[in-house]
Every structure is written in C-alpha cells, then in structure tokens.
Design a protein around this ligand. Structure first.
Ligand code: IPE
Ligand code: IPE
Ligand code: MG
Length: 240
C-alpha cells in the first residue's frame, strides 16, 4: 500500500453558522469561534509536520451574503491577520493567499499584504488562505495570463503543458493529498478544482468550531488507510 506522506492538506472551513444557530446565537458568534479553532488547527498541523495547508475561508460566492455578515468576516480577517503577524514570525509560519483582489476593500488587502510580507522568509509551514477565492476564477485568470504571454510571443502554444498551467495558478503548490470539509456537506463549492484532481476526501459531520485536534487526528488516520493508486496498481496482481 502506498503510504504517501500527507504533504498538502486542504480544509473547507464550514458549519460556523449552523453551529451558532444550534446554540441560539448569531452567525457572527460562529465565525469568531471558527477562527479561534482555525488558529489552533494551524499550529496542530505544523506539529504534525504538514508542509502546506490551504484554508478556504471566503469564496467569491460568499459576497452573496448580507452586507452585515460580509463586513463581520472582513473585520475578523483584518483583526486576526494583524494580530497573527508576531505569532507566526515566532512560529516560523509563512502566510500566502489565493484569490482575486477585486472587490476586497483596501484595508483587507493591506492586512493580507502585511502578513504575507512579514512572514515571507519563514520556513516551518506554508499556510495558504483562500480568501475571495473561486476555482473557476483561478482557472480563468491563469488562462488569461497564459494568453497574454502567447500574444507577446513569450511562449508558444506548444509550451502550454500541465506543469506550465499550474505555474500560472494563484500559487504553485504541490497537489492536495487530503481534503477535509467539515459540517457534513459533501461538495467542493468551487474550491481548488485543479489541485484536488487526486486528493483523498474526508467529510466529517462536525461543525468547524467543534473540529478539535482529536477530530483532526481522525482525518489523518483516515488518510493513511487509503490506497493511493494514481491510475496504477499497488499490489501484485498477475491475473490480467
Ligand atoms: C463557513 O461557515 C465560513 C464561511 C463560509 C465564511 P458558514 O458560514 O458557511 O456556516 P454554515 O454553512 O452556514 O453553517
Ligand atoms: C464554501 O462554503 C466556502 C467557504 C467555506 C469559505 P459555503 O458555506 O459558502 O458553501 P455552500 O454555499 O454551502 O456550497
Ligand atoms: Mg457553509
């Protein structure tokens, strides 16, 4: 059995609103609890020697939510990115982002740029926040970048191979090994469609604010039970 190391883990943070509702609280209460949990899980992932962690925290589609909820989330991001700079400098965590700039407010973009800049030389783990992220948008944006290069004769059509396409995505990260989506939803909601091509999927019912280290361990244990074949076979079967 192929015990491929869990190198890149992707996480769809979901269920904050339902978690709060079940407690008779506002959705914002769930988002706050979700971000606190996320902070804990990031450090735990580092302890578990995961090198790349991609976190879906706000989709391009999430702008459909009420202005009040979107504003609350943006405030939460700004506040936490500012606060986390010192902590991640100490923890040797590098923060990067995937997503479109428009229509993020300057204060949000500036907070993103600041933590990215201040942690850029860190080598302990890469945390890729997918914020104002949509996979369709990413693929369209990559295609546009590549077309520009063809138009300006920097590359020819024949140069467009899978590797080259990947290099033009928002981030050039290794493929995702394991995807976790909390809250029981079994869909991708426009997340990392290219990068998830051969990922293992894990869908716990737990709402994200309740996604403890023990729950995280269960996801990792599940990953190491998988037989990752990548189209080949991993056992001796002469019966063909
Ligand atoms: C995930 O929780 C956080 C974001 C999408 C920003 P939700 O807000 O989607 O929570 P539910 O799915 O409504 O419970
Ligand atoms: C996906 O969750 C986006 C994030 C977790 C950031 P949603 O809660 O927005 O997805 P749907 O609407 O249930 O598909
Ligand atoms: Mg949701």
């Amino acid at each position: 059995m192929d015990k491929k190391k869990l190198n890149h883990l992707a996480l769809i943070v979901d269920g904050n609103g339902r978690w709060a509702k079940e407690k008779g609280k506002k959705r914002s209460f769930g988002h706050k609890a979700g971000f606190d949990r996320l902070e804990e899980i990031i450090l735990y992932a580092k302890e578990k020697k995961i090198e790349f962690l991609s976190l879906y925290v706000f989709s391009t589609e999430n702008f459909k939510r009420s202005t009040e909820e979107v504003c609350y989330l943006m405030d939460l991001f700004v506040h936490n990115f500012k606060r986390l700079i010192k902590k991640y400098e100490k923890e040797n965590i590098k923060v990067i982002f995937s997503g479109r700039k428009e229509p993020l407010e300057d204060r949000v973009w500036n907070a993103m740029e600041e933590i990215k800049e201040k942690t850029k030389n860190n080598t302990g783990m890469v945390v890729n926040f997918c914020l104002n992220y949509g996979s369709h948008a990413e693929i369209v944006d990559a295609t546009k970048k590549i077309c520009q290069k063809v138009i300006h004769h920097e590359i020819s059509i024949e140069d467009i191979k899978e590797d080259y396409f990947e290099q033009n995505l928002y981030q050039n990260l290794p493929p995702v090994d394991l995807l976790i989506r909390t809250s029981g939803e079994c869909r991708l909601s426009n997340f990392l469609l290219w990068q998830l091509a051969y990922a293992e999927f894990y869908f716990p019912k737990t709402y994200f604010p309740d996604f403890t280290k023990t729950e995280f361990d269960k996801a990792i244990d599940y990953y190491y039970t998988r037989d990752r074949r990548f189209g080949g076979i991993t056992y001796e079967d002469k019966n063909y």
